[in-house]
Design a protein around this ligand. Structure first.
Ligand code: UGA
Length: 434
């Protein structure tokens, strides 16, 4: 099939590349000329495991091409994916100006039947708005479909190629059939393509992300309570998670969720509720609890150092909002670092992928280290903010020999308490008996 993807951000790029992998002819459109030129040369503009291999293969096969021309994109695709940014407005709602701007162009330019697919996470009612904007000028038939994306950063290629489900919001038989044909190779294992109306599909995405954010936040509150009453959240988590109605996943407590999706989507759903006079109280709590959780290690650090962080130096392992990404948006590490700097402390940081992004933001306000052990030199204590695999089995002797104060503050519960204490290192984590 002939596919166009408008917008080569994270979702657009993964969508375009993976659709080319099943033999479709894909044109990816972006207004950024420099970016398009780099992609034409085979450069993947984001860090995402396995994407480079697919990218290279499909470019060489001529199935994946790039353009700065919206006109070319609109002419090429029988299915046109809109994978455009929907940034957070000042009031927390999603800004639809990019999506509706392109919709306006689509209406003016299309000359034959097209299916326009909303792939971006957009508020309930957006497909209807896109439909109206296109219809203002369109001289031919078209359908608008909502097809939310459930990719996780770091696992995006796998999630796209082997999805647990595909949600399609469509009220047109013609468009539904084309979408089913397109996605058939991805659901060979029997996972469902769930067809529903557009509004329900749009809400499915927000509901899924908000539910997962609430699940994590609930566990973070249980962890905080464990600390007060002397229970161990690891044990509670195992006890709860074995109930199949609850499930084992997304029950790991820590210093809060971050990234470009959960924070934005929870806020947007909360705001959408307000717009129709519905008060999503549970989401209000999720937002507030998560914000506080990002600096949950701070009181522990302050207590340990008698409230005097002035001129202390902290090694921080992990800056990305989660492992396997260089994404630092809403990363808990940065909130904690800001608090440490405000308290007069110094920071030496290490992250396997995200340091360049943090350097751009902090410049010389913090130091960066080439290795995780170099970050420990001349520092008072170690703080862990992201659960990269490389941090899971460290050389505790090296840690002990380098730190001035043999102490680790762990925001991701990476180690068994007994293993660390055996090494003679003090250990503070989240929701466990410290
Ligand atoms: C999330 C969803 O998982 C995807 O399904 C969705 O498509 C995507 O948002 C999106 O809307 O585009 P992502 O933001 O890549 O994906 O990251 P997750 O792996 O879901 O992690 C989100 C945050 O939750 C991270 O900060 C992670 O550290 C935190 N988390 C996750 C926990 O604190 N505890 C857990 O048990 C699980």
């Amino acid at each position: 099939m002939r596919i166009s993807v408008i917008g080569t951000g994270y979702v657009g790029l993964v969508t375009g590349t993976c659709l080319a992998e099943t033999g479709n002819e894909v044109v990816c459109v972006d207004i950024n000329e420099q970016k398009v030129q780099k992609m034409r040369n085979g450069e993947v503009p984001i860090y995402e495991p396995h994407l480079d291999v697919l990218f290279d293969r499909n470019i060489k096969a001529g199935r994946l091409t790039f353009s700065t021309s919206l006109e070319e994109g609109l002419e090429h695709g029988e299915i046109i994916f809109l994978a455009l940014p929907t940034p957070e407005d000042e009031d927390g709602s999603a800004d639809l100006s990019y999506v509706l701007g392109v919709a306006d162009d689509i209406g003016k330019r299309i000359t034959e039947y097209k299916v326009i697919v909303d792939k971006s996470t957009v508020p309930v009612g957006t497909a209807e708005k896109v439909q109206e904007v296109i219809a203002k000028n369109a001289k031919c038939d078209f359908d608008v479909v909502s097809n939310p994306e459930f990719l996780r950063e770091g696992f995006a290629v796998d999630d796209f190629l082997k999805p647990e489900r595909i949600v399609v919001g469509s009220s047109s038989q013609r468009a539904t059939e084309l979408m089913e044909k397109l996605y058939k190779p991805f659901v060979r294992s029997g996972n469902p393509i769930i067809i529903m109306d557009e509004k329900s599909a749009e809400l499915t995405k927000y509901a899924a992300n908000s539910f997962l954010a609430a699940k994590i936040t609930f566990m973070n509150e249980i962890a905080n309570y464990c600390e007060k009453v002397g229970a161990d959240v690891d044990k509670v988590r195992r006890g709860m998670g074995t109930d199949s109605r609850i499930g084992k996943r997304f029950l790991f407590p820590g210093i809060g969720y971050g990234g470009s999706c959960f924070p934005k989507d929870v806020k947007a759903l909360h705001k959408s509720g307000k717009d129709v006079d519905y008060d999503f109280q549970i989401l209000d709590s999720v937002i507030k609890v998560n914000q506080k959780q990002k600096t949950a290690l701070l009181p522990k650090i302050k207590t340990y150092f008698d409230n005097d962080l002035d001129d202390k130096t902290f090694a921080v392992w992990g800056l990305a909002f989660k492992p396997e990404t260089d994404d630092i948006r809403e990363a808990p590490a940065l909130y904690l670092i800001d608090e440490l700097l405000n308290a007069g402390a110094k920071v030496k940081a290490f992250d396997p992928e995200a340091m360049d992004n943090v350097k751009r933001k902090y410049e010389d306000r913090i130091q960066f280290s080439k290795t995780m052990y170099e970050a420990l030199d001349n520092t008072d204590a170690l703080i862990i903010c992201t659960e990269w695999s490389i941090f899971r089995t460290p050389d505790f002797k090296k840690i002990k020999d380098s730190l001035k104060e043999n102490v680790i503050f762990d925001g991701r519960n990476l180690y068994d308490i007994s293993d660390v204490e055996k090494e003679g290192v003090s250990y503070f984590s989240i929701g466990r008996k410290d």
